[in-house]
Design a protein around this ligand. Structure first.
Ligand code: CA
Length: 231
């Protein structure tokens, strides 16, 4: 397999150098950009497999870059990991809403950085025809987004519109914890309005309908729910 191309966008030379060194050592192909303009130009000309994006950049900032990448059908599938300071919590939330795939707060250890890079690359759809057909596969579950169908093992599962959206939301990000508010915002019940409390009811029903695969849905006490990361 060809080496994944990673675009590092960072204006501070020493941090850029540190990331470049570690990413290249792990045998990825490295491309760098030190300004927002340069980053956008390289995203469209090189089509990297993943972007490590510093948010605080002179000129076009990281948030705007993220917005443009995720807003353009030609580039929206390129995963973006934001590099942020801890104090930029609002930016992190906005970035994730814009479609960023993950974030790392500075200072970070190279090992954590590389682990995140690997995890995000693994999450990418491998099978292009599945992607074109709008099919999501995870463990024993197959979700056909166009046909609105779910199978668990070889069993067809009949879900309500809300349960379907709920499953799709979580399965796109295994391991990621969704709190009830995020779920309510994302799911917007079509059968009846989803509220904080009804989220639990939908989850219970979804688990039951998925049979053995229902155990993939984990409760994170006091926080929310996630799909077990099996990969
Ligand atoms: Ca910076």
């Amino acid at each position: 397999m060809e080496k994944a191309k990673i675009l590092i966008v960072e204006d501070e030379e020493d941090i850029l150098e540190l990331i470049r060194y570690n990413v290249a050592k792990d045998r990825y192909q490295v491309i760098t950009a030190q300004s927002g303009e340069e980053a956008l130009q390289k995203v469209s000309s090189i089509k990297p497999d993943l972007i490590l994006l510093d948010l605080m950049l002179p000129g076009v900032d990281g948030m705007e870059i993220c917005r443009r990448i995720k807003g353009n059908p030609a580039t929206q599938n390129i995963p973006v990991i934001m590099l942020t300071a801890k104090s930029e919590e609002t930016d992190i939330v906005i970035g994730l809403e814009l479609g960023a795939d993950d974030y790392i707060t500075k200072p970070f250890s190279p090992r954590v950085l590389l682990a995140r890079v690997k995890a995000v690359l693994r999450r990418q759809p491998v099978n292009e025809s599945d992607e074109m057909l709008n099919i999501v596969k995870y463990e024993d579950l197959v979700i056909d987004k166009d046909r609105f169908e779910v199978t668990a093992g070889d069993q067809r599962v009949e879900l309500t519109a809300t349960e379907f959206q709920l499953l799709l939301l979580m399965i796109n990000r295994p391991g990621w914890v969704f709190n009830r508010t995020q779920i309510v915002d994302a799911v917007r019940g079509e059968d009846y309005p989803v509220t904080d409390r009804s989220v639990d009811v939908h989850i219970t029903s979804l688990r039951k309908k998925l049979g053995a695969s229902g155990q993939l849905i984990e409760t994170v006490r006091g926080v929310g729910y996630r799909i077990k990361d099996q990969r």
